[in-house]
Design a binder for this molecule. Structure first.
Ligand SMILES: NC(=O)c1ccc[n+]([C@@H]2O[C@H](COP(=O)([O-])OP(=O)(O)OC[C@H]3O[C@@H](n4cnc5c(N)ncnc54)[C@H](OP(=O)(O)O)[C@@H]3O)[C@@H](O)[C@H]2O)c1
Length: 319
């Protein structure tokens, strides 16, 4: 009996040790310049969706500074042109040149988007990175059945279907590029895909959908293509980030968009399919998964209450 307890204890200790070593490796020792492998070939481009604010805008800036040309997506032409002007007002830190920036406009929540038409517009460009970042989030007093089916569908389209079908449209050209050089498709997710925060049911479900799409496509592409010639897919777990979506000031658990984007790009090419780029988010996740479930549920409910109260206060301030 004591031998069994000894071996169980040993296995538990080894599993914990592995987690600790992995933590130290990922956040302190891992090389963060693996994104360089996506800078191969003639004029490499990165596509970033939802690039007019927050994480998307900061990621576009980060990739530009690292030497990528950009294809940016937004829904508001003036805002997107302003962002492009801002990015191109300085030379790329890596190349010392003004990189090319192209764009396309689309309201991701709407039906009837010509995804293949979008991909066709950029055919022939050496796209090596696609960052599916666009996302829409509202938390309020309304219950699930108090939103119309159409509003629910808008959230599902903007948070998951847009990314899925944009990726699908780009796949043939990305696949052709991947034969010659590494190609990465990123899905920006959320901790909401694992936790059950009240009032954001379909947002959470949509993020979970993206996670399955990313992992599924990674496996699918490797079914009949050797690993080193196949597109890589990555799902990004995101906690709180200061942006339009969360206006509270940055702190250890809430990264600024710029800091998050720097950490995010630092994970490109790391070889993992699921990443938590920012250490503060890892700590939050550790707390949520370590404390008793009833406490985690209470914390999520309290956080939802706070967010709803803040949203009401902000909308009152605006009106
Ligand atoms: N911030 C967080 O705490 C947090 C936490 C977990 C996950 N995330 C995820 O991170 C990603 C980026 O969010 P963020 O925090 O950077 O939010 P953000 O500041 O609100 O930026 C969202 C971007 O998506 C665009 N967008 C939103 N709805 C759109 C639509 N229907 N059609 C076209 N474009 C649309 C916005 O365009 P406009 O400028 O026109 O509004 C903006 O460019 C999202 O996928 C989000 O779910 C964020």
């Amino acid at each position: 009996m004591s031998k069994i307890i000894y071996y169980i204890g040993l296995i538990v200790c080894l599993a914990k040790l592995r987690t600790i070593l992995d933590f130290v490796w990922f956040y302190f020792l891992r090389p963060t310049n693996r994104w360089e492998k996506y800078l191969q070939g003639p004029s490499p481009y990165a596509v970033v969706t939802g690039a007019t604010d927050g994480i998307g805008k900061a990621t576009a800036q980060e990739l530009y500074d690292k030497g990528f040309n950009l294809i940016l997506h937004g829904r508001n032409e003036n805002k997107l042109k302003g962002v492009i002007e801002e990015i191109q007002s300085a030379k790329s830190k890596r190349t010392g040149k003004v990189q090319d920036v192209k764009y396309f406009l689309e309201d991701a929540s709407k039906v009837g988007i010509d995804f293949e038409g979008i991909a066709r517009r950029f055919e022939g460009l050496n796209v090596t990175i696609l960052v599916n970042n666009v996302g829409m989030y509202t938390i309020g007093l309304e219950r699930f059945d108090e939103w119309t089916e159409e509003v629910h569908m808008e959230y599902v389209r903007a948070n998951s279907l847009f990314s899925t079908f944009l990726t699908r449209a780009f796949l043939p050209s990305l696949r052709a590029t991947a034969r010659a050089r590494p190609v990465l498709v990123v899905f920006i997710g959320s901790f909401g895909d694992e936790t059950a925060m009240p009032r954001i049911t379909l947002y959470s479900a949509a993020k979970h959908f993206n996670r399955r799409v990313a992992l599924g496509l990674h496996a699918d592409e490797r079914f009949d293509i050797p690993d080193d010639k196949a597109i890589s897919f990555m799902y990004v777990h995101v906690g709180q980030v200061n942006s339009q979506m969360d206006r509270e000031p940055p702190n250890f658990v809430r990264a600024s968009s710029e800091h998050f984007a720097e950490k995010l790009v630092g994970t490109f090419g790391c070889g993992r399919q699921i990443v938590i780029p920012y250490i503060g988010h890892y700590v939050v996740k550790l707390v949520y998964t370590t404390i008793p479930e009833f406490l985690a549920t209470k914390m999520l409910r309290d956080s939802a209450h706070e967010q709803v109260e803040r949203a009401i206060k902000e909308s009152k301030l605006r009106s």
